[in-house]
Write a protein that binds this ligand. Structure first.
Ligand code: PHB
Length: 250
């Protein structure tokens, strides 16, 4: 492992190496990893070699480095996210079968919507979400839903930052977003027409735990012109099913 004056320094370097991987950048050379992690080349090569040795990274035939299956295995094992995903899968499948559009499950993670699962049919339309990918809270139905039920500190922090306008319809004014969040809480659902892509409308409903705390957003991405009501009815039904399934795990 890399020489380092403190254990924290070593951990921090490892995290920097792992964080150079993104949903769209899944294969890199050791030199690219070093550059993106801002590490000296020799340090980067040594850390990468150690991680490959431990199975946390894998090297392909062209010397490309990928996240290793061992890291996936360790990260997935007995996590709360896995339990939620497993409880949700049969109900997401039912929504996907009936609505025939992309169906997603997201949680609030470090001020973004992190997608745990996405089911898509062969004829589902556009969708920019990726499993293990993230979307901004203010610009997606899942994100707004999660923000609406987040604590006040999270809402204030997110709305104090510059809010990117991704389409002409993206809400980017904090006061307008606060009104939107109140409406989402009053209706128990979020509708985001063209907020992140002109061609799509996202619709999302809350999934709650046994204490009624909102733990996830269940959503469907519809073509912009589609009526959101049938999808919302399916999502509410599925959310109740997921909540009952989670209660049975206790
Ligand atoms: C949304 O949740 O609002 C959403 C997500 C992905 C898309 C479009 C809309 O591609």
């Amino acid at each position: 492992m890399a020489n380092s004056s403190s254990g924290d320094g070593m951990t921090e370097r490892l995290v920097r190496v792992l964080e150079t991987f993104t949903p769209t950048r899944t294969v890199q050379t050791a030199a690219e990893i070093g550059r993106r992690a801002d590490l000296p080349s020799s340090t980067a090569h040594r850390i990468v070699a150690d991680l490959v040795g431990a199975g946390l990274l894998e090297r392909d035939d062209d010397n490309g480095i990928r996240i290793g299956m061992r890291l996936w295995e360790l990260a997935t094992r007995s996590s709360a996210a896995l339990r939620l995903r497993q409880a949700a899968m049969p109900f997401m499948d039912a929504v996907q079968t009936r609505v025939r559009e992309h169906t997603q499950l997201a949680i609030l993670e470090q001020d973004e919507a992190l997608f745990l699962e996405r089911l898509s049919g062969p004829r589902s339309g556009a969708n920019i979400t990726r499993v293990a990918g993230r979307l901004p809270l203010h610009a997606s139905s899942s994100g707004l839903l999660l923000l609406a039920y987040a604590d006040r500190g999270t809402q204030d922090r997110v709305l104090a930052r510059p809010l990117a306008r991704l389409t002409a319809a993206t809400p980017a004014d904090p006061a307008a977003i606060r009104r939107l969040l109140a409406e989402i809480r009053a209706r128990g659902q979020a509708v985001a027409p063209g907020f992140i892509e002109d061609v799509s409308t996202g619709v999302a409903v809350p999934v709650r735990d046994g204490t009624r705390r909102v733990i996830a957003a269940l959503s469907v991405v519809l073509p912009r012109e589609a009526s959101p009501e049938p999808a919302l009815a399916e999502l509410h039904r599925a959310a109740r099913g997921i909540e009952a399934a989670l209660a049975r795990y206790h």
